[in-house]
Design a protein around this ligand. Sequence first.
Ligand SMILES: O=C(CO)[C@H](O)[C@H](O)COP(=O)(O)O
Length: 245
Amino acid sequence: MTAAEASQPRASDISSKGARRPLIAPSILAADFAAFGAECRAAEAQGADWIHVDVMDGHFVPNISFGPALVAAIRPHVTTLMDVHLMIAPVDPYIEAFAAAGADRLSVHVEAGVHTHRTLQAISSAGLRAGVALNPGTPVEAVLELLDLVDLVVVMTVNPGFGGQKFLDSQLAKIARLRTAIGDRPVMIEIDGGIDETTAPRAMDAGADVLVAGSAVFGKGSVDAPEGYGHAITAIRNAAAGAWA
Ligand SMILES: O=C(CO)[C@H](O)[C@H](O)COP(=O)(O)O
């Protein structure tokens, strides 16, 4: 894939309200850490559109999770897009490692450095899709000049660092403002944090395209009872789709 192609959404995930299917991206932060390969296979088999990988460095966020070696380890287990959310600073020294590991998209926080524009260019140059993420306290305006460099904006609906937190309703107005700002650009909005059957429709109604769900998926089953993941993914997707009916 060329850098230009990498920066564009594929036809299958371009969204336009009323003609789109909500995309569900289970976050493996809530999976069984002793069984990542099996967990990813189960999530994909049960209907996950993407696998979401939360990378935390104990510096940008107050938690440590995993890095490129984990992405490389789970890559052979899934065919879905591997959506990697980097909660790290700095980002640039690690782009090549994540590309080599098999990531499909790297989303970086606009708060993680002063040269986000350069970082997004470097991600595309490495042949990956590029995304930009916004903490709850960061306004939409912080990413307006970056929209032509990304195929995804991540709106955090919790403060990043931990799964299982409560969805911040205060972010709904921000999602709606972002949707207006994006206009007809091929840029998706991903919502990350506190997504379940009750919050999914509110996020979608505000303008989301992709829903990250950790606890609400991986908390509902196991590799030995993976149908729980399928029921959870279907329930979130159906609840989200209802927002467009
Ligand atoms: O980025 C994250 C935390 O920083 C997680 O992806 C997010 O919190 C999802 O977990 P949950 O669905 O359990 O809220």
